[in-house]
Design a protein around this ligand. Structure first.
Ligand SMILES: C[S@@+](CC[C@H](N)C(=O)[O-])C[C@H]1O[C@@H](n2cnc3c(N)ncnc32)[C@H](O)[C@@H]1O
Ligand code: SF4
Ligand code: SF4
Length: 326
């Protein structure tokens, strides 16, 4: 992200924080509930996927979001590359000047790289060396992730990694940081949630708290000399307390929005969809924004959201990390 983009995003954030109306800047949009993998800490694949919006409906909502102040969108899922029209959606979003990411498991990215040349960033997941990563995410997925990173590097697309700290990989951060350095990628660490993603069942990958905290302590030490850890030190100190409840100022709905594959708007992806929640397709974005609940909780464990929450509330360390790492 160049300095001009950072300034524009920073200004939009200030305006959103000072505004009496909701004018969020950042959107995470799960365009699909379909997925081609069966990761052990995520159960999206057990759900009957909900119907999806078509291309015109998605681009119409993107235009509406932009008019309401949104400046950065991360298209995710499920696996967003299962949508054949993802390249068109990204191109439309970019044409409005929206800083556009995708968050993908990487398996389908290299064969479709031609559609994503103007992507602002590729987000993908790396959970450890090949045997560990494949045991969590499926055979062949480690090589697929590295192939996606290589494809992005060839096109000079910045890569951001997410590493989920689970019972299977608490001593694997060294390998992750080595790959991050090789590809000049930033890596965000976060704990595996206590229930599976997209489900309510207990997570079989939840780490033991003592060992998890030791891993965070080590990452905090490594952060002093390693520039590829994108969590701020303050963010890591917040994450250290997982799974104990921990207060944080919440910008869900104020700076950050989450959309699902049917266009429902939520302040945060960690909240269950409210019964009768309005959707952007039927009601328009403004209508949905004006009816968002005020949120906040003591279980904020997504690495990038923690830094956004801290940075927006005068934590200089987190604000600097966000500016530095985009
Ligand atoms: C839901 S996935 C969607 C994008 C894409 N399918 C992928 O796996 O990268 C987004 C991120 O959430 C992470 N994730 C999945 N289940 C999780 C859990 N139970 N706790 C914490 N992070 C989780 C994934 O590892 C991934 O980095
Ligand atoms: S983490 Fe991503 S790739 Fe894995 S099952 Fe969930 S959505 Fe699919
Ligand atoms: S997890 Fe909780 S504190 Fe964090 S953004 Fe969501 S609602 Fe806010």
């Amino acid at each position: 992200m160049n300095i001009g983009t950072k300034l524009r995003l920073g200004t939009a954030c200030m305006a959103a924080l000072l505004s009496r109306k909701r004018r969020p800047v950042f959107v995470g949009w799960a365009l699909t509930e379909r997925c081609n993998l069966r990761c052990r800490y995520c159960r999206v694949w057990e759900k009957k996927p909900a119907a999806e919006l078509d291309t015109g409906q998605v681009t119409g909502i993107i235009r509406d979001l932009h008019e309401q102040g949104v400046r950065l969108i991360k298209f995710s899922g499920g696996e967003p590359l299962l949508r054949k029209d993802l390249g068109d959606i990204v191109a439309f979003s970019r044409s409005l000047g929206i800083y556009t990411f995708i968050s993908t498991n990487g398996t389908l990215f290299p064969s479709r790289i031609g559609e994503f040349k103007h992507l602002a960033g590729l987000g993908t997941s790396l959970d450890g060396p090949e045997d560990v990563h494949d045991a969590i995410r499926g055979t062949g997925t480690y090589r697929a992730t590295l192939a996606a990173m290589e494809a992005a590097r060839q096109e000079r697309i910045p890569v951001k990694l997410t590493t989920v700290l689970s019972s299977a990989n608490l001593d694997c951060w060294d390998h992750v940081l080595e790959v991050a350095e090789r590809f000049e990628a930033q890596v965000t660490f976060q704990p595996a949630t206590e229930t599976v993603q997209f489900g309510t069942a207990p997570n079989p990958m939840t780490p033991e708290a003592g060992r998890y905290r030791q891993a965070i302590r080590t990452l905090l030490e490594r952060k002093r000399t390693n520039r590829f850890i994108s969590n701020s030190a303050a963010g890591l100190r917040h994450l250290y307390h997982w799974p104990d409840p921990r207060s944080i100022h919440c910008v869900g709905g104020k700076l950050l929005l989450r959309l699902d594959c049917r266009g429902h708007i939520q302040p945060c992806s960690r909240l269950p969809l409210r019964e009768g929640a309005p959707d952007a397709l039927t009601h328009g974005v403004r209508y949905c924004l004006d009816r968002l609940p005020v949120v906040g909780c003591q279980r904020c464990w997504c690495g990038s959201v923690v830094d956004l929450n801290l940075g927006a509330h005068f934590c200089l360390d987190a604000a600097i990390a966000m500016v530095r790492h985009g």
